[in-house]
Ligand binder design. Structure first.
Ligand SMILES: Nc1nc(O)c(N)c(N[C@@H]2O[C@H](COP(=O)(O)O)[C@@H](O)[C@H]2O)n1
Length: 150
């Protein structure tokens, strides 16, 4: 189903784990430092600034994700329409901030990049590989932009 040279990433113990939003590479966005892209992305789901700050201060990315999964607070009303743009901005910032990561991303050439996330058929390829792989698409977009920048 995928080309043999596909770049798969997911767990922090796997190759190319740096591409995961859980990888420990921070980003400066919206006048704050976020420990990982996951912290930033999960916080953007909420209008409540105190809750966003609680997510920003979460110890680990998986804690940030768990806080972002709560539905006891309302998601921002436009979440579904803005989430891809928010993810793109955060991922782009990550790779522009950390030069070694930009080099790693460029080293993948034109290979397909896939988040091998078994439980996520939106950002990843899902359990059977048929997911939308939106995060992989964003990484390939950022890779093209880095290449164009020289
Ligand atoms: N490393 C890792 N572990 C998980 O358990 C994951 N679900 C993911 N995928 C990331 O989850 C984020 C999406 O969160 P929402 O479901 O939209 O709240 C996104 O960063 C995926 O890359 N990764």
């Amino acid at each position: 189903m995928f080309p043999t040279d596909t770049v798969f990433f997911y767990a922090q113990t796997d190759a190319f784990s740096e591409f995961s939003n859980f990888a420990p590479y921070g980003v400066a966005l919206d006048d704050a430092w976020w420990p990982t892209v996951e912290h930033y992305f999960q916080a953007q789901k909420f209008e409540d600034s105190r809750y966003r700050e609680r997510i920003r201060r979460a110890h680990r990315p998986k804690d940030a994700k768990a806080l972002g999964m709560t539905r006891s607070l309302p998601l921002r009303a436009d979440w579904e329409s803005v989430k891809d743009g928010i993810m793109y901005r955060a991922v782009k910032t990550k790779f522009r901030t950390h030069v070694r990561l930009a080099q790693l991303l460029l080293s993948t050439g034109d290979r397909l990049i896939v988040e091998n996330a078994p439980m996520d058929a939106y950002w990843g390829c899902g359990p059977d590989g048929s997911g939308q792989n939106r995060l992989g698409q964003i990484l390939m977009r950022v890779r093209g932009e880095l290449r164009a920048d020289g």
